[in-house]
Design a protein around this ligand. Structure first.
Ligand code: HEC
Length: 241
């Protein structure tokens, strides 16, 4: 009976551990802590809540729009060194000809990784901080942090580029989406930035959607496996007093 107990406990423990691991990766991907604090003009410190990024890796239209924004507005300075251009065609259902025509800004070979237009090290000397590689950025900071960061630029004449950021104070990055922001309504602009962050989330973990489905199947499998294991255990021990 003791052995049976420990076996059942072990089985339940394994299931719980799997569920726990599954839940914690979700929490990590959700961004965790807030988006920092900033000081208002009157000197009071305000805590900035992260806004929720609209992540949906099954929404190909959103990912395609995000890819377009990323290649047009970000790749001049940032690389995404773990992502090949051909992967955009494959995973986002974009015909390779269109990738070659519109989405390859820093290379002519579709098999190449996404490199920055200008060497980030040289930029480091110009801006005071080198633009980091963005392949894994949403895993490093969380989707919501990146989304909130991109929405938190404000005018600040004291900065070299005339803009500052609430989330990353005195960021060396200019507000590169300024013209886009001016030409769109608030909702449209937030939707465009949402698509962009959705695309960055895909870059950081292309299998994220599938992983969750596999995770659910694994937990289900373990739960079902518990039944024959329990019965087998009963059978093995039935003659042992
Ligand atoms: C003119 C060059 C330039 C362009 C274009 C640019 N960035 Fe940046 N970016 C920078 C620099 C420089 C930094 C480093 C900021 C710092 O640490 O102060 C940065 C930092 C960032 C960070 C924060 C990194 C971190 O974890 O600290 C994110 C996120 C980011 N950029 C996203 C983007 C996205 C998305 C785009 C396209 C819409 C973009 N950037 C376009 C120069 C650029």
């Amino acid at each position: 009976m003791k052995a049976l107990n420990s076996l059942v406990k072990f089985g339940a423990g394994a299931v719980l551990a799997t569920v726990g691991a599954f839940a914690s990766t979700n929490a990590m991907a959700a961004g965790g802590a807030g988006c920092g604090t900033y000081t208002q003009a009157d000197g009071t410190a305000v805590t900035l809540e992260c806004s929720k990024a609209p992540i949906d890796l099954t929404n190909k239209g959103s990912l395609q729009r995000g890819a377009q924004t990323f290649m047009n507005y970000c790749v001049g300075c940032h690389s995404a060194q773990y992502v090949r251009h051909s992967r955009l065609a494959q995973d986002l259902d974009i015909p390779p000809e269109l990738v070659e025509k519109y989405l390859m800004v820093t290379t002519n070979a579709i098999g190449d990784h996404i490199t920055a237009g200008i060497d980030p090290e040289v930029q480091g000397q110009w801006f005071g901080a080198a633009p980091p590689d963005l392949s894994l950025e949403t895993r490093l900071r969380g989707d919501d942090w990146v989304y909130t960061y991109l929405l938190s630029f404000y005018e600040d004449p004291s900065r070299p580029w005339g803009a500052n950021n609430l989330v990353l104070a005195n960021a060396a990055m200019p507000h590169v989406l300024h013209n886009m922001q001016k030409s769109l309504s608030k909702e449209e602009y937030e939707a465009r930035v949402g698509d962009l962050v959705n695309f960055m989330a895909w870059m950081a973990e292309p299998v994220r959607h599938d992983r969750k489905i596999y995770g659910a199947f694994v937990v289900l499998f373990l739960l079902i496996l518990l039944i024959p294991v329990y019965l087998l255990n009963k059978e093995f021990w039935k003659d042992v007093k």
